[in-house]
Ligand binder design. Structure first.
Ligand code: MN3
Length: 238
């Protein structure tokens, strides 16, 4: 068969394509092609499981941290690994599933990491609010600390099903706002940074408080780590 210019160019492109494909068959190349994945890890608690007693019991803390939070970390790693696989295979048929898993488990991991840091034993200053920029910011946005506390408590108690009440710093105008989150992520806004949160999933309180979520929320104020919240506020502002 006579080879004309058109078929020659065509086969050249095909050959180049084959070379490019076969050049990417090693596992190393496939990993590189998928992108670099973060290995998310369960953070240690800044206190022992017993130290938030009597406001949160040790058994709840241990299960919540070592089982529930761990499951969100594992779920996020799994979802990101599956999305990396999809990038190398080109099969995005489960994109919706893994995207949702990333939001749910990623939200869970981020909020629990914040939650642990926002609490501290009473003996180490839990519940004590000393003069700091966060007080002024709360007063400016809510009128007074009492009004902030009432709104936040009401938001936490009223979360429908499982979720969170969260105090956010809004980057647009520097205001502090209170939002609920259902599950780990729904009802969120944008361009806001959570600086304080309470987990109101039943796993956070049921062993000690059963169905009395309000009692748990009211007790929780005794162990809020305002020094940490202030640091998160300063960080969000910068
Ligand atoms: Mn939880």
């Amino acid at each position: 068969m006579k080879t004309n210019r058109r078929t020659f160019i065509g086969s050249g492109i095909a050959l180049a394509g084959m070379a490019a494909t076969t050049g990417l068959t090693s596992a190393q190349d496939i990993d590189a092609k998928a992108g670099t994945l973060t290995k998310h890890v369960l953070p240690n608690l800044p206190y022992g499981y017993t130290e938030l007693e009597p406001f949160i019991d040790a058994m709840t803390m241990e299960l919540h941290h070592s089982k529930h939070h761990k499951a969100y970390v594992d779920g996020l790693n799994k979802a990101e690994a599956e999305l990396a696989k999809a990038r190398t295979s080109g099969d995005f048929s489960l994109i919706q599933h893994w995207s949702k898993q990333c939001a749910f488990h990623g939200g869970g991991h981020a909020l629990h990491t914040l939650f642990w840091k926002c609490m501290t034993p009473q003996s180490k200053g839990g519940g004590t609010m000393d003069a700091s920029p966060i007080i002024n910011a709360i007063n400016a946005s809510f009128g007074s600390f009492e009004q902030f506390k009432k709104q936040f408590t009401a938001a936490a108690i009223a979360v429908e099903g499982s979720g969170w009440a969260l105090l956010h710093y809004r980057k647009d105008d520097g205001a502090l706002i209170i939002l609920q989150a259902e599950n780990q992520h729904k009802l969120s806004s944008w361009n806001t940074v959570p600086i304080l949160g309470i987990d109101v999933w039943e796993h956070a309180y049921y062993l000690k408080y059963q169905n009395k979520r309000a009692d748990y929320v009211n007790a929780w104020w005794n162990i809020v780590n305002w020094k940490a919240v202030n640091a998160f506020y300063e960080q969000a502002k910068s």
